[in-house]
Design a protein around this ligand. Structure first.
Ligand code: ADP
Ligand code: MG
Length: 293
């Protein structure tokens, strides 16, 4: 199933109701782009770590069966028995599945190959698209000390990404500063618009993040110019450069602020975390694309 095949929820169908106050305690940010290799996982792991460093308690949820956010957080994905699968399918509380991350402020709900099987279950269940939302709402109701939930999506617009976008309050879109960077963007924005219209009207755009920027390449500069021209203030000021240190960090199971605290990558993700923290108090984010996509 993909977004285009998603049926609107019938009005008569009962959805779980949780109190609004409980939902508003944390910000739920979905890192999404159906393209692979654009920096979603790198962004999700490092953003959670940098928010933690800023004293914001963060839960990172790995929604990709590849489990890269799990291993990149130092968790051995093949040896874990319980994953986000158990939250989606067995309705186990996220609180019981989360593992300590790199600091006292960061926790991770892990994933591994088991999650591949969830897609089929979720597609068969009329409430399937809402399973993660229900789990996150239940978590936040009992864990009001958390400030952020960061969700790392797989590289597709399938049921796991749909669940993530329905659970989210905002979507953060990493864009690789390369040729074809904007290819597929219209599909992604259209899909988010469909999900907003049918399931989650409050979902807003957190921003576009330029990743793997290489200042020596005119192509990188060109992509940045085009993106800022097209999306203006919705593009983060922080730009993540291409950096070997950033690509090495996951193999050590560490976020960049622990692997090489002074590197450009560490500074970029710290700067991104600070921009997000400013969003907490600045004018509220919007969805700037209307319903016309
Ligand atoms: P996605 O989750 O979108 O598939 P990843 O975050 O896994 O993308 O990144 C893809 C690959 O590129 C990984 O090997 C990662 O370590 C590497 N990578 C990500 N960001 C950077 C960067 N800024 N500089 C260099 N390598 C990067
Ligand atoms: Mg990934």
């Amino acid at each position: 199933m993909n977004v285009a095949q998603l049926d609107p929820i019938p009005e008569t169908q009962e959805l779980p109701v949780f109190s609004e106050t409980a939902i508003k305690t944390a910000r739920v940010i979905v890192v999404a782009n159906q393209k692979g290799g654009v920096g979603k996982t790198t962004t999700a792991v490092n953003l959670a770590a940098c928010l933690g460093q800023e004293n914001r308690k963060s839960l990172l949820i790995d929604m990709d069966p590849q489990g890269n956010a799990t291993s990149g957080s130092g968790i051995e994905k093949h040896s874990i028995e319980r994953t986000v699968f158990d939250a989606l399918i067995e309705q186990e509380p996220l609180r019981e599945l989360m593992l300590p991350g790199i600091s006292e402020n960061v926790f991770v709900v892990p994933s591994n190959q088991d999650l591949v099987g969830a897609e089929v279950h979720l597609t068969r269940d009329p409430n399937g698209p809402h399973r993660l939302k229900k789990a996150v709402q239940r978590f936040l109701k009992r864990s009001s000390d958390f400030d952020y939930v960061i969700i790392d999506c797989p590289p597709s617009l399938g049921m796991l990404t749909i669940n993530s976008l329905i659970a989210g309050e905002s979507v953060l879109i990493p864009v690789q500063a390369e040729y074809y960077a904007l290819e597929g963007m219209a599909d992604l924005l259209r899909s988010v618009s469909i999900i907003r219209r049918q399931h989650n009207p409050e979902l807003v755009l957190e921003g576009f993040l330029i990743t793997m920027y290489d200042s020596r390449l005119s192509l990188s500069r060109q992509v940045e110019i085009e993106l800022r021209k097209a999306y203006g203030a919705h593009v983060f000021n922080s730009v993540v450069s291409r950096s070997v240190r950033l690509s090495e960090a996951p193999s050590h199971g560490l976020p960049i602020i622990c692997y090489d605290a002074k590197s450009k990558g560490a500074l970029a993700y710290q700067s991104l975390a600070q921009e997000l923290i400013r969003h907490e108090t600045e004018s509220p984010r919007t969805w700037p694309f209307g319903h016309t996509l």
